[in-house]
Structures are given as structure tokens and as C-alpha cells.
Design a protein around this ligand. Structure first.
Ligand code: NDP
Ligand code: PYC
Length: 348
């Protein structure tokens, strides 16, 4: 008998994945605007090889929408607070539509003043943070973003989870190259990567987490089952996580990572917190010399032996996905197609 092998992965175009995800969100209670924004975000993460924040997150988005914890149809309310200050009430919806709603005003203010701030509150962020900053750098601006999440990180020297995994992302334009971007959790590892390690049966490195009794563990299941993560770099990461709580929650009016209770919403996975962005127009101070000096810095980093810059892996993966399509496991793709083929909910 001829032997047929079933491929483990398929490659699909970005537009096809984006459309598939849009259809899924539409069928699970989001408005068309929110569906399009979340789909683009999630497809971008998958394209760039962000395993913990691409289609891996779809079940979490859907169980959260089903639980009633988040409003997938929220319409963000933008407030022009001051010459350099924009605020958005996301209406218990997702942070990315709130950012989109405020984006043009934020850029206008940053270009006019040289700097502007966007404070998003009452929002849910379940994604990678670099998609929130990279587009600003592509328009010649420097951007910083801060998001807090859910209490799962023990502050340094402490004994209970208090901070979220609280990522910080930064993007700066370069002369004729992709922006310099970094995006990092302030915990030793992102929560999503702990889930991936648990599924794969991998151990965590030493010093990443504790079990439910506060004892160091390398078992990701023990971290997820009542345990917690540690900040990266000890007290230094802990201080950054604290700063993120202050900027993304205290300053915006969003919840602290320990400040919401989702126990009455089984299936809820998206942290209900806040996000802060700072956008700077370097042309106001340094003029064109900013990108020239960025190139000097990158050259010196290379000369000092740092061949791989933050963002390089993601850009390489992006180029590969653009050439060959985005690799997705066949079973996973079949599951996504099944979800996208479900009947649309009644209008209204
Ligand atoms: P990583 O540790 O994988 O990477 C952090 C940064 O360091 C990236 O910019 C990465 O660039 C860069 N980097 C990695 N290795 C090197 C190296 N050897 N040399 C130079 N630069 C390097 O990310 P995290 O695990 O901390 O975070 C993963 C994702 O989880 C992020 O996208 C984050 O936003 C997301 N997250 C989201 C949360 C939320 O609340 N929404 C909470 C926590 C995390 P590159 O991209 O090229 O690999
Ligand atoms: O991976 O830590 C994480 C995370 C929290 C919220 C979204 N992603």
C-alpha cells in the first residue's frame, strides 16, 4: 500500500490567518472593529514567532469572552486631557482598540510638543507588547509602553504573589533599517511560556519560580498550581515591576495586578488593568542626528561582540513568514478553521 505522510505543519499567508482570526473573534462576541484589531495583533505575533502570544492565546480569549469578564464590543472613550496627555477609558474592553482610538491624537500631540503620554484604563491586555510600540518607530518616533497583568510574581524578598509579569516595550527608529525594539516581561519568564513549558513537559531554569509553599521549584506545573514566578534579576526586576504597576495602573486609573477578582468568572484569563505609553519626537531635540547616533551605537554594540540585537529574531522570523507563509500545526489550523466556520451570533 502506498504510504502517505501527513505534514505536521502547514504554511499560510498572513492575510489568511488574519481573516481566520477575525472570523473567530466575530463568532465569539466581539464587534467587527475589535475582531479586526485583535486578529491583526495575534496574527502578527504568530508571524514573528512569538509562541506565547500568537494563536496559543485564542482559547484564552474565547473562554474570557464567554465568561462575560471582558466587553468585546466596548467602544473606547478618548479624552484630550492636556497638551501632552491623552486618556482613554477602554470600557472594560481590550487595550489595543483603545490605543487605536487615541493613536492619531497621541501622534499629533507628540509631534507638536515633542512628547506625549497615553493613559489607558479599564482595559485588558493579553498580547505581546511590541506591536503597540513598533509602528510609532516606523513613523520616526520613540515609544515606550508599560502594561501590568495579574498577580503571579513575588516581589523581591516577599512571600506572596503581588506584581504581574508586567512587560516593558521600547521602540526607536533607525536610519534605513527596522526599528530597534525590545519587549520584555519583568518576571524571570512570561506566564505564557510557563504554560508552554508545562504542556511540553520541560523544566524551568533555576530561580524562575516557587511552588504553593514558597519553595523554589523548576516544575512549571507547580508554579501554575498555586505557585508563583520571581522577578528577573532579583531586586532590579522587582523595582521595574513596581514601576510598571505605578505607571500602568496607579497613573492611568487602571487596576493593580492584585486589584481585581475574576473568581466569579470561570474561564476569565485576560488581566483587567491599564497601559501607559510615552511617545517622543526625537526631531525636536536631536533632529536627524538621533537615527545617525542610533547607528553609531548599534555599530559599537556589534564591535563589542553583540551580534544579535533585541528584535533581530522577530524580524528574521517575520521575513521567513513573509517568504514561506506562517507555519502552523495542522491540528491547530483545523481547530481554528472549525472555530471560524461556526454560525455567526445573531445581530444586535
Ligand atoms: P524574551 O525574554 O523572549 O525577550 C525579551 C527581549 O529580549 C526581546 O526584545 C528579545 O528580542 C530580546 N532578546 C532575547 N534574547 C536576546 C539575546 N540573546 N540578545 C539580545 N536580545 C535578546 O521575552 P519575554 O519572555 O520577557 O516576553 C515574551 C512576550 O510576552 C513579550 O512579547 C511580552 O510583551 C509578552 N508579555 C505580555 C504580557 C501582558 O500582560 N500582555 C505580560 C508578560 C509578557 P526578540 O524579539 O528578537 O527575541
Ligand atoms: O505571558 O505573562 C504573560 C501574560 C500575562 C498576560 C498576558 N500575557
Amino acid at each position: 500500500m502506498p504510504h502517505t505522510t501527513v505534514p505536521a505543519t502547514q504554511h499560510i499567508a498572513f492575510a489568511e490567518l488574519q481573516d481566520l482570526l477575525t472570523q473567530i473573534f466575530l463568532r465569539h462576541g466581539t464587534s467587527p472593529e475589535v475582531a479586526a484589531i485583535l486578529a491583526a495583533n495575534c496574527a502578527s505575533a504568530q508571524r514573528d514567532g512569538a509562541a506565547s502570544h500568537g494563536i496559543f492565546r485564542i482559547p484564552g480569549y474565547l473562554s474570557t469572552l464567554a465568561s462575560g469578564w471582558v466587553n468585546g464590543r466596548a467602544v473606547p472613550q478618548v479624552q484630550d486631557v492636556a497638551p501632552g496627555y491623552v486618556a482613554v477609558d477602554a470600557g472594560n474592553g481590550f487595550a489595543q482598540p483603545a490605543l487605536q482610538a487615541a493613536r492619531s491624537l497621541l501622534i499629533e500631540k507628540a509631534r507638536h510638543n515633542g512628547i506625549a503620554l497615553l493613559a489607558i484604563r479599564n482595559s485588558h491586555h493579553f498580547a505581546a507588547l511590541w506591536p503597540d510600540v513598533e509602528p510609532f518607530a516606523r513613523e520616526g518616533l520613540v515609544a515606550l509602553a508599560f502594561v501590568n497583568s495579574m498577580a503571579c510574581v513575588v516581589p523581591t524578598g516577599g512571600h506572596k504573589a503581588l506584581f504581574g509579569t508586567n512587560p516593558i516595550a521600547f521602540a526607536a527608529p533607525r536610519a534605513g533599517d527596522n526599528p530597534l525594539v525590545f519587549d520584555l516581561a519583568t518576571s524571570a519568564i512570561a506566564h505564557g511560556d510557563v504554560q508552554i513549558a508545562a504542556r511540553a513537559g520541560h523544566r524551568l531554569p533555576e530561580g524562575y519560580g516557587v511552588d504553593r509553599h514558597g519553595q523554589p521549584t523548576r516544575d512549571p506545573a507547580a508554579v501554575l498550581d498555586g505557585g508563583a514566578l520571581l522577578p528577573f534579576g532579583g531586586y532590579k526586576g522587582s523595582a521595574l515591576a513596581m514601576m510598571v504597576e505605578l505607571l500602568a495602573a496607579a497613573l492611568t486609573g487602571g487596576n493593580f495586578s492584585f486589584g481585581f477578582d475574576w473568581s466569579q468568572h470561570p474561564g476569565a484569563k485576560t488581566p483587567w488593568t491599564g497601559e501607559l505609553l510615552i511617545v517622543i519626537d526625537p526631531s525636536k531635540g536631536a533632529g536627524h542626528s538621533f537615527t545617525q547616533r542610533t547607528e553609531i551605537l548599534v555599530r559599537h554594540m556589534r564591535a563589542a561582540g553583540q551580534d544579535r540585537q533585541p528584535g533581530d529574531r522577530r524580524y528574521q522570523q517575520r521575513a521567513q513568514s513573509d517568504r514561506h507563509g506562517i507555519a502552523i500545526g495542522c491540528e491547530e489550523l483545523a481547530r481554528l478553521r472549525g472555530l471560524a466556520a461556526a454560525p455567526l451570533p445573531p445581530a444586535g
